[in-house]
Design a protein around this ligand. Sequence first.
Ligand code: UT7
Length: 360
Amino acid sequence: MSYAAVGPAVPAVPPAAVLCGVGAWVPPRVVTNDELAIRLDTDDTWIRTRTGIRARHVLEPGQATSDLAVEAGRRALACAGIVAGEGVDAVVVATTTPDRTCPGTAPLVAARLGLTGAAAFDVAAVCTGFVYGLATAAGLITAGVARRVLLIGADAYSTIVDPLDRANAIIFGDGAGAVVLRAGNADEPGAVGPFDLGSDGAHEDMIMVAAGGSRQPVTLDGTSRTDRHFAMRGKEVYRHAVTRMTESARTVLSKAGWKTDDVDHFVPHQANLRILCSVADDLELPRERCVTHVESVGNTGAASIPLALADAAARRTLTPGDRLLLTAFGGGLTWGSCLLTWPTLPTPAPPHHQGEHRTP
Ligand code: UT7
């Protein structure tokens, strides 16, 4: 019996997810190391030598993560040539600082971008959120659920870090970065993948906000200030970050059959300049191939990789055909990597305001 009449014998090749837009935004207010040293027992030299950070941007009181996400999303949509949100099927927001515990931030962001009706949800993987979100958004496309997805990494750590905690207040900044993915072919520039994703929940207490979830609801009388704020065991996290990022980068390179030397730009999560340099050294990647943005924005959590991408694209550091390795690490613990070849894109608007000094 022949089945020829009932349909094609060979299944259609599933679409690949192709990056077709990038954009980012940081709030105008710049906080320099010297400004932090006024209220904290720290100084510019300590911060610069231990982290590479010179300044960070922070929200004004009353602003929230969705305000960052909407600006970055708008810029990525414009870069992708998408007018009035037409044809975007899903909006994914990777964040550790959602506007509220409930509901997710993505539906509000979608509505404010004129995308009411699109699927919208948050991804929670702390500083690895963008890479997890990229895998999730790509999965929506390869599964045929969506044709175009807006993925935004947005975080406002200034809202959860204790302003008097010198160990963390110096590191983090607020910002958002976004990409648009569309259905396309695996062999065209911009196609994302392969991926490597991983986690180790045995170390959940290494990076945490203890109170505010179901394990430890916030109570008026029983919640200490420490429990409500972001806490991190920096030295231990540092060691895990270097090891896991290096391993994850090696894994994804071997999945694709790339050698380290094939990588034109290493775009790591911008945690600390010393971590980025250590990972690049361990991978035997020349440090000048490491895209860094941490000097002027600090650690912006889930926003850091798309912010670095948008900043590099705005400065025309990324040229079509360049091969990129994205690698992240964060609370959970979580880590992940992804490869892509940079596509031809219109130059996006810079994440910083015009005329602003990037490095004070
Ligand atoms: O994004 C998610 C992943 N996050 C990360 O990857 C962050 C990883 N960790 C780090 O980046 C670093 O561990 C930090 C930047 C957080 C800290 O740098 P460190 O070189 O590990 O410093 P440390 O915590 O070992 O502290 C060294 C000394 C301590 O003093 P003593 O005990 O040696 O007298 C600290 O009390 O530096 C002191 N210190 C500071 N001094 C001036 C800690 N913070 C400060 C500060 N200013 N802001």
